[in-house]
Design a protein around this ligand. Structure first.
Ligand code: ADP
Length: 403
């Protein structure tokens, strides 16, 4: 009986030890992953990041040596990010051997070849190509790397690649904003020159115009106006993205914003016999916002509703309270938006691939600007639509805390 109990106890202890060991491995794995991700977040450049990641891996596994290399896209070449004790001749041979344009399907070849010399090798695999590679020499203890060790390094590299690609995307999006802002700046002066000259000519200040000259100039004016819209939209988007737009917040009645916007849009709507109907009680709680900015949000939604509606239809603007938010909606009975397009509505430059849209002027930037302005106010924006039946664009605003 006693022997049995001892055996059982010993078995349990062994089980516990094994579980404890597993747990410790798991903690080690998570710690290493965290360290790798910290290095990725702090790294200014890909080589600097890879060099720090290599240090984490060498430290975690107690490796005798290690190597990190990265792909320099600009020069289509592989370069050493860090070499901690790996034979230079091997590194040179490796750099020679690697494909200059490292597409995904080469990743397995790369690691197999390196693993003939260095026991652990993991590729930093981006979505379209290998970004880099990290390899470790034997452990100082002489103990071989287990299958689990290999899996740990590969998992760490996978997470690192995702984090690096995300930060690359962020960098690219900043680059795109700067590029667009540059274009807008460079277009502003010549555009102003053309606008002034066309205006002078159309006013007859340089002599009378023949009917065909007038028509031709009116066409030019129309094109210039479109370009002006685009430049203004790009400028505004870039100002928002670079954090250069400062809101002048004040407690306000949303009804005042609606009345102001509708009054300004009425002439345009009337020219197409479109009725603008407002349903906004005057006892709604106050919101805190920038009056001009909120007018712009509503103007953008209202002008789209009018633009994309048939003549003689109706556009409705409603405002209502929903818990701690105020919801403003603009509904039309216009051309509507296909389901597949609905999730792309708020992306920069998106215009639906619809023949009816193509006939109407637009930049595809109005909704992305509107979304950012709503978000600056702490709100959300969304759309509901039935193709060829109509659309409703709504945005929410948090209520003023003083209500
Ligand atoms: P723009 O109107 O200048 O093209 P927006 O960013 O304001 O740019 O809108 C993006 C696209 O969303 C439009 O080109 C159109 O395809 C679609 N859209 C926006 N509002 C409506 C609406 N009320 N009805 C139908 N489609 C709309």
């Amino acid at each position: 009986m006693g022997d049995n109990a001892d055996a059982l106890m010993e078995q349990r202890l062994r089980q516990l030890e094994a579980e404890n060991w597993q747990l410790m491995r798991r903690v080690l794995q998570l710690e290493m992953l965290l360290d790798v991700l910290n290095e990725v977040n702090a790294g200014e450049t890909l080589p600097a990041t890879l060099s720090s990641v290599l240090s984490v891996l060498i430290g975690t596994f107690g490796a005798r040596c290690g190597l990190a290399i990265w792909h320099d896209d600009a020069n289509a070449a592989w370069r050493v990010a860090a070499n901690r004790g790996v034979d230079d001749a091997f590194v040179d041979a490796l750099l020679q051997r690697l494909p200059r344009h490292p597409q995904c399907d080469h990743a397995a070849d790369l690691t197999c070849w390196v693993e003939q010399t260095l026991p652990v090798c993991a590729c930093l695999q981006g979505k379209r190509q290998a970004l880099g590679l990290v390899a470790l020499g034997e452990k100082l203890t002489g103990e071989p790397f287990s299958a689990e060790d290999h899996a740990m390094v590969k998992a760490a590299m996978r997470e690192a690649a995702t984090a690096i690609e995300n930060s690359k995307l962020l960098e690219l999006s900043h680059l795109k904003d700067r590029f667009l802002l540059n274009i807008a700046h460079n277009l502003t002066n010549p555009l102003f020159g053309i606008e002034s000259i066309v205006k002078l000519l159309l006013n007859g200040q340089h002599g009378d115009l023949t009917p065909s000259q007038r028509e031709w100039l009116l066409n030019v004016q129309c094109g210039v106006q479109q370009l002006r819209m685009l430049v203004d939209d790009i400028n505004q988007l870039a100002r928002i993205n670079f954090g250069r737009l400062e809101l002048q917040r004040q407690p306000l009645q949303i009804r005042d914003v609606i009345c102001h916007t509708v009054a300004a849009a009425r002439a345009h709507a009337q020219s197409r016999h479109i009725t603008l109907r407002v349903d906004a009680p005057d006892n709604l709680p106050l919101v805190e916002g920038d009056f001009n900015c909120l007018c712009q949000i509503l103007t953008n939604l209202l002008s789209n509703a009018v633009k994309y509606s048939p003549d003689k239809s109706e556009v409705k603007i409603t405002a209502r309270q929903d818990a701690a938010e105020l919801i403003v909606s603009v509904s039309d009975k216009g051309i509507g938006i296909r389901k597949a397009d609905q999730k792309r509505l708020f992306q920069d430059f998106f215009r639906a691939d619809d023949a009816r849209i193509k006939r109407i002027e637009g930049t595809g930037l109005g909704l992305s600007i509107t979304k950012r302005l709503v978000e600056l106010h702490g709100g959300r924006i969304w759309a509901e639509s039935a193709f060829r039946k109509g659309s409703t664009f709504s945005f929410s605003l948090p209520l003023n805390s003083g209500n």
